[in-house]
Design a protein around this ligand. Structure first.
Ligand code: PAF
Length: 279
């Protein structure tokens, strides 16, 4: 595995790989890799000759009172895990190289970025779209893989790539869960023992929504209300949003149907977790 921190060097390395006719796959991450990331890296290794994993805790996607400063970081551990999963190039740029003095451009995907997580975290998806556009421009991959856990993020990136004619294929990797159903996330490391036990309620609520739908319930408001009630039965849980939406447009669906996405953000104590399920 080769670790590259310099943007120019990353560009040159990609240009050489492209000139040799190799397919480049990119897995953008903020590090502190877990099995969900590793699954995406393995998936990419099956699709591409060269697997670039970017590792960059992007300051512009964190709000002023969010966890940028304490976001978990462990480069040595990430390097070993990424290599083991099939990563060939680890791209870990410095913040001042990604956002030098005078940086003034923001990529905004209107509409899609304003609801759900975007409504709760103003500016978050501008930061995500901007850094992903930069990473795609630097690495110039043929394909880039994003996790379905961040479904809204994947939808926004797909839209951006289409709208800006970026010519890269966006692929979604499945949500990877702990044995008890909790979706893997670097932020799970913030949970205390009791909170970790309560956190399974997100997946339980999605399962409840699915079984209500399977047994014939189609009114979204009623189903979401049942799910909310289950989540709020846990002492440490507070729902930030819970929606049933079309996964492409992210518009609310008053009537559930196959292909509808149930999605939520829930605070477990101070830790904000997201999860979703497509019916
Ligand atoms: O999903 C993430 O980890 C981040 O939002 C991403 C896509 C790496 C951009 O910083």
């Amino acid at each position: 595995l080769r670790t590259i921190t310099d943007i120019g060097e990353m560009r040159t390395s990609s240009a050489c790989l492209r000139a040799e006719g190799r397919v480049i796959g990119l897995v953008p991450t903020m590090g502190y890799l877990h099995d969900g990331h590793l699954r995406l890296i393995r998936m990419t290794a099956e699709l591409a000759d060269s697997v670039v994993v970017s590792l960059f805790v992007n300051p512009t996607q964190f709000g002023p009172s969010e966890d940028y400063g304490r976001y978990p970081r462990d480069l040595a551990r990430d390097t070993a895990l990424a290599e083991d999963a099939g990563c060939t190039v680890l791209f870990a740029p410095e913040t001042r190289a990604m956002y030098p003095e005078g940086h003034a451009t923001i990529v905004r995907v209107t509409g899609l970025a304003d609801r759900m997580c975007g409504a709760a975290r103003p500016g978050h998806f501008d930061g995500v779209a901007t850094v992903v556009a930069k990473l795609l421009n630097i690495v110039r991959p043929h394909l880039a893989v994003f996790g379905q856990k961040d479904a809204q993020q994947a939808t926004i990136i797909e839209r951006m790539v289409l709208d800006l004619d970026m010519g890269v294929e966006i692929i979604r990797g499945p949500i990877v869960r702990e044995p008890d159903g909790l979706a893997m996330s670097s932020r799970n490391s913030y949970l205390s023992g009791d909170e970790r036990a309560d956190a399974t309620v997100l997946f339980e609520a999605l399962g409840l929504g699915r079984s209500l739908f399977r047994s014939g319930a189609t009114g979204a408001a009623k189903v979401l209300e049942e799910m909310r009630r289950l989540i709020e039965s846990k002492a440490s849980a507070r729902v930030q949003y819970i929606v049933a939406v079309d996964p492409q447009t992210l518009e609310d669906l008053p009537e559930l149907r196959t292909g509808a996405m149930l999605a939520m953000a829930v605070f477990i104590g101070e830790t904000r977790l997201i999860d979703n399920l497509v019916l």
